[in-house]
Ligand binder design. Sequence first.
Ligand SMILES: [Ca+2]
Ligand SMILES: [Ca+2]
Ligand SMILES: [Ca+2]
Ligand SMILES: [Ca+2]
Length: 299
Amino acid sequence: MRTLQRATAALIYPAILCTGVACERADPPTKAPPRPGAMLLSSGAPASGFLLGGTAQLAQDPENPANDVIVIRTDVSPFYGTVSRTLNVQIALLDNMLEFKSFFQNRSCGGGSPRVQLAIDLNGDGVPDGNAFGYTGPPFAGCPPNNWQYDDVTDALPRWDLSQFVVNGFPPTGAICSTPPFSTDPAICPFQTHSGYIPWNVFKTVLSTLFPLHKVCSGALIDDSGWFPPADGTAFYDLFSAGRATWEDQFDIAGRGFAMGCGRPDDGDREVDGDKDHDHDHDADDDKFDSDRRERWKN
Ligand SMILES: [Ca+2]
Ligand SMILES: [Ca+2]
Ligand SMILES: [Ca+2]
Ligand SMILES: [Ca+2]
């Protein structure tokens, strides 16, 4: 009885405190209210909007069947998998909001997989100008098999490959610290690099400074390791954060396809001929991406 009274009091107490106009919510704060403009499921909950593509499928954690995860196979057609979500934000709004867990089943990472891939419109005309690639930590290979690994791709490690944007004026890695105003910015120069890749804060500062109208259209977790034998096979992924949503379980799957963002409709779950980076188009970036990775990962 005493316990019941205490429980009842606990339920009533917040309601008593909330009689003033300043208190808008008398209900216990179990779920955040949907944001304006958020997609709503029939349940009224905001949809997190993750699309699965290629071989990506809902699966169970090999260590704990109570945990929903995503499986991607790169050894069966179409030899890649994607988990993507529309972002439509500037890069600074993604600090500490791009991360994922991976479990490589009897395989490793490497060959450019897995990666967080951001489609970025540099000049704000609604057309993305390329992709930024954020990889597992240096040396980007040799991930232990059958073990859950965590990657925060906005941490201080040099994970980011900006090579697709150099043609549009993003300074090559070796030139960033001789380019004003970065040359005199102690917050970014000098910085650590690996394989020509740069840390998130350098990527963020350079992009924000030189391309103030930029927009990150969409974010994707991609595994297309099928071409690279040490990393070919099956991997599980979980807790993929892309901006203001995290993929946790089956209820975070909005459907199949690929999120395009920047005002473009999502694309279907289809393979585009020659689309080596799996952003659902085939352009000169694809040939460069494929030749760069083959050069980077030979032997
Ligand atoms: Ca553009
Ligand atoms: Ca492209
Ligand atoms: Ca999960
Ligand atoms: Ca492409």
